[in-house]
Unconditional design. Sequence first.
Length: 631
Amino acid sequence: MPDLYNETDQQPPRSGLLLLQALILGLFCLFSIRLWYLQIHRGEDYARKAKENQLRQESIFSPRGLIRDRNGDLLAVNEPAYALGIVREDCPDIDKAMHQIAAWTGRDFFELKAFYDKNKKRVKPFEPLILIPDLTFGQLALLETNKLRWPGLEIQFRPRRLYRYGTLLAHVLGYVAEANEEELEKNPGLALGDYVGKQGIEFMLEDRMRGAKGLAQYEVDVNGRRLQERILKHPRAGHEISLSLDLGLQQLAMDWLDEEAGGVAVMDADTGQLWALATAPSYDSNDFSSGLTPDQWAKLRDDPLHPMQNRVIQSVYPPGSVFKHVVASAGLHYGMIDPQETVLCTGSTRLGRRVFRCWRKGGHGNVNLERALIESCDVYFYKMGKKLTVDRMAEFANAVGFGHKTGIRLPHEKAGNIPTREWKRKRFGESWQGGDNLNMAIGQGYTLVTPLQVARFFAGILNGGKLLKPLLLKDAKTEVQAEVPLTPDQLERIKRALVQTVVDDHGTCRRLRTKDVTVGGKTGTAQVVRLTDELKELKDHEIPYRFRDHAWMAAIAEKDGKRFAIAALVEHGLHGGSGAGPVVKAVIDYLFKGEIRLKPEERKAEARRVRALSLKSQKAAAQKKEKPDAD
């Protein structure tokens, strides 16, 4: 019987044993190297990350600086607000959480998701990405109740801007809103969800108003819940500023502009400080701070009266007869006007085949420079314009600030337009005509100015010839930008004519008479379109709103060392005396007598009726333009 068991056959092959030992040794070396890499080579980095998982840092928002008027009344303050963010490191299901957020807040899920996808790289995984910047109280209560069931959702406290007077100072203060992508790229100090100034003082003084954020460190557990917190860096509030504006005067000016389109500028003639800068219609700055809805934006955007436009600095108008004082000053400066020389005004003058008419059909008779200014004689200035020509009128107008920005600390100021021969050739491809000189001399034609430019010029007449930079901050230093190129005697002559326009029985500004106050003024009626014979036969209230003349009133007033220049413009207000005069009179009474004379209710009602008709006609015209006539 053969031997079935052979001890030699049962021994494992020696090569296989060596291979197994080599594999075990290799694995041991691999684990040893990996352990060395994790514990020694990268140990410090992983220890730091582990600590970051336990200790997190969060910015503390700083309140924006307060804004006050010249008397200390608060205009812009901060109120508590709450934002909802999502920490993606702590959120197990982003899409599910966003569906729930959309249900709680009424937001569209796809918009939230698109916003998240676009901005998630801007924040670290353990930092909150702000999805809803401004929660309502109801939403806040709902989120606080359910927050523990939805890890990764975080509510942040932040101050929100509140403008106490809404529409009253919107064009001066501006507003704040979330920083857009361009602003985030430009300023590394901004983070997603930060609010920045977008218009007005808020925009121009953004760095001064914003302040600096603080930094908090807090400990979290494995579920992301906060355990302990400490402040590493306290936030610094933005600087408080005081405007030169007087709140009461601003309210008064806006009351008189109620339901009308126009602007009022009131300047301290000795310092350049603005006491009022009113524009109507206006908008509510708070709508932007709390988040403008699409319907609100569409209403503002499509309003034919353009409520977001600052008419005092951004709208330009023909100055009408207000410009006659510029032409008179130019004539004196160049020695081309003899103040005693008289011109016969019969109601019109002829240039070639064209007839240029005076506003008074029967004429003014023989008038010299002072009488021409007092009674606003067009024929006198037609002849002065023919003498001076556009070259001298334009040169002098530019020297006294027209055609240039005033430098006020507000964005998007317009320079207006002082035409020249070269300008017309470039603009229209036509040469300058003799009739253009006559139109320019009475503030018509191609000349365009802003109400603030007019106020600055008249302040220069009052203060002895200094053209001052308009100031909005109470602590800003007075800055003389230029000098009116007139001698003291010439300045006094122009000023005397302004005063006589108020006190003389034939003056066009008699309604500005104020007891114990030296007041001067000049009315202006600026044509918007050339009236046809048919329109000329209509009464004022029968003329369609968009064809009515603009109403100007420029004034100076002084008493007991207080000196002010005032310019008021009412779009389509028809006549300077009746359209803009009452506004200026109310301003003077406030400044020197402390009286608050509000706009009569019947005038407000008429303004509302006219505005409603104007809106209706402008919308109808826009619809007709969109729908071409059928063949």
